[in-house]
Design a protein around this ligand. Structure first.
Ligand SMILES: Cc1ncc(COP(=O)(O)O)c(C=O)c1O
Length: 380
């Protein structure tokens, strides 16, 4: 018997409470009961996004809202700046390309965070740049980019907005949208929102709504202005993913009950414990300087087969971790700790890592990683 558990940075585990909420009969989205529930969902989303503005919700994976963020804020002929520090940074560039938005890329070595000075220089060099696209957490490398510092640079420029892909960062690390002046924040259900995949979220600052007012790029399903008008009536333009919205209602309640501050603290502790365990085993983190609290990307040591290590996690211990993508295929293992994760989940992951590496011939002193993790977990 093997109990399968998700340790991947999306999809992530879904709490029993949320599963049960979603298991009920499907209600109709024009029914007052749905409208009432949706009103509470709208409030809950504002709480998690830390914004007074509306958070729009779409029946798509996170990429849908990323695409919407491009085609609802920019216009034909606009230029953009894209931070490319991993697979998801590349995605911003790919979306811009499809919509004919010319962009300058800041290519950041995978595993490093962008230096905000490079953004400032690029904006100074090209005042026609209308939007800066970046990830809060670049999930393919486990890096957290310095969003506050980037926002401080973009905020001083009236004709430029900052668009943040916080798909794997919202509900993990503090990203106060209004306080920091983030113009567009995108997220998705299958991460720290503790839901199955299928919902994307996006919120716009007043400045970004002005951009949306003028935007001329084509859009149909992801039409933010029309969706805003519907949302304000507790409706959606098209049939919503009703069961997922019902699940979201429950998971938002859980986040509210725990309190955002505690949610961030929990993620920080789990991440720190994982990182300390990895280091105690003599392994190297991919993200040396700016590791995120959502996941830990570990370099596969020389002589160890990274693909086998990933598959053995599942085959021997039932843990579904992630490998590397694109240029990092076979070179890293990504262990997630975002969303519905608690202290002893980390012990499981570290213990599995120790046993697997030992059996693959890597010198491991059993218990060393666990001890390092416990020291963090047991601290105040
Ligand atoms: C940072 C980031 N951006 C974008 C995406 C893409 O989201 P989705 O697969 O939900 O379209 C992901 C998903 O892994 C992500 O982690």
């Amino acid at each position: 018997m093997l109990k399968k558990q998700l340790f991947s940075p999306g999809p992530t585990p879904v709490p029993e409470r949320v599963l049960l909420a979603m298991a009920g009969p499907v209600i109709h989205h024009r029914d007052p009961a749905y409208e009432e529930l949706f009103e509470e969902v709208r409030e809950g989303l504002k709480y998690v996004f830390q914004t007074k503005n509306e958070v729009l919700l779409f029946a798509s994976s996170g990429t849908g809202a990323m695409e919407g963020a491009v085609c609802n804020t920019l216009s034909l002929g606009d230029e953009a700046l894209v931070v490319r520090g991993g697979k998801f940074g590349e995605r911003w560039g790919e979306i811009c390309e499809v919509y004919g938005v010319d962009f300058t890329a800041i290519d950041v070595p995978w595993g490093e965070a962008v230096d905000p000075v490079l953004i400032e220089r690029a904006l100074d060099a090209n005042p026609s740049i209308r939007a800066v696209f970046v990830q809060a957490i670049e999930t393919s490398t486990g890096v957290m980019h310095p969003i506050k510092e980037i926002a401080d640079i973009v905020n001083g420029r009236d004709d430029t907005i900052l668009v943040v892909d916080a798909i794997s960062a919202l509900g993990v690390s503090d990203l106060p949208m209004d306080k920091w002046g983030l113009d567009v924040v995108v997220s998705g259900s299958q991460k720290a929102f503790m839901l199955p995949p299928g919902l994307s979220f996006v919120a716009l600052s007043d400045k970004a709504w002005d951009f949306a007012e003028r935007s001329t790029l084509p859009k149909y399903y992801f039409n933010f202005k029309k969706e805003l008008a519907s949302a304000q009536k507790n409706q959606s333009q098209f049939t919503p993913a009703i069961s997922l919205v019902v699940g979201l209602h429950e998971s938002l309640k859980m986040l509210k009950e725990e309190g955002l501050e505690n949610v961030f603290k929990r993620h920080q502790k789990l991440a720190l414990a994982t990182r300390e365990a990895v280091k105690a085993l003599g392994l190297e983190l991919l993200a040396q300087n700016a590791p995120s609290n959502a996941l830990t990307a570990i370099k596969v040591p020389a002589g160890i087969d990274g693909k086998k290590l990933k598959s053995d996690f599942e085959e021997r211990f039932g843990l579904i971790v992630a490998g590397g993508q694109s240029q990092l295929k076979g070179k890293i293992i990504r262990i997630a700790h975002l969303g519905y994760f608690q202290q002893m989940d980390i012990i499981q992951a570290v213990s599995s890592l120790e046993l697997l590496l030992r059996d693959m011939g890597y010198p491991v002193e059993l218990g060393r990683g666990i001890r390092a993790a416990e020291e963090v977990l047991g601290s105040a």
